[in-house]
Design a protein. Structure first.
Length: 158
């Protein structure tokens, strides 16, 4: 694919740390990519961009520890899905949202989910944000978009 340029890992880490979006691709998704940014910096404008430009499904990559802290169980404990993605039940912030579908409501739900002070009582289910649990070994255990998201944000200091 001539003319196609890829960033280095340090460039991705810098971009994520600065609050910018990046596109993650791999060899197993037939050229499919995922828009990625640090959840801590995802506001309504970013959520709107993702929903419009990337098809609407807003996922939230979380570590196994964070999923446990929020009381999020895997939707299917032993998934046989093609790529083995660990979706939990969808979530929404328990307070500060209206219908949950607006970009502002979804951004609020993301912020609540990643706030270290939040727990299970701060979220309701079902919702309009789709958490996905990364494997504990990151990309060294599974070379997936979810693991890349968690690894890159951790390396960016977030």
């Amino acid at each position: 694919m001539s003319g196609l340029a890829f960033n280095t890992i340090p460039q991705l880490i810098e971009a994520i740390g600065a609050g910018r979006m990046v596109v993650i691709t791999d060899d197993e998704h037939n050229g499919e990519g995922s828009l990625l940014m640090a959840a801590e910096q995802a506001g309504a404008e970013a959520v709107t961009f993702m929903a419009v430009q990337a098809g609407g499904l807003i996922c939230l990559a979380l570590t196994e520890q964070r999923c446990r802290a929020l009381g999020l169980d895997l939707m299917v404990p032993n998934s046989r899905a093609q790529h083995g993605v660990g979706f939990t039940r969808s979530i929404e912030a328990a307070t500060g949202v209206s219908t949950g579908i607006s970009a502002a409501d979804r951004a609020r739900s993301i912020q609540v989910a990643v706030d270290p002070a939040s727990g299970p009582a701060d979220l309701v289910q079902p919702g309009h944000i789709f958490p996905v649990q990364a494997l504990p070994g990151g990309v060294m255990q599974r070379a997936g978009h979810v693991e890349a998201a968690c690894d890159l944000t951790r390396l960016a200091g977030l």
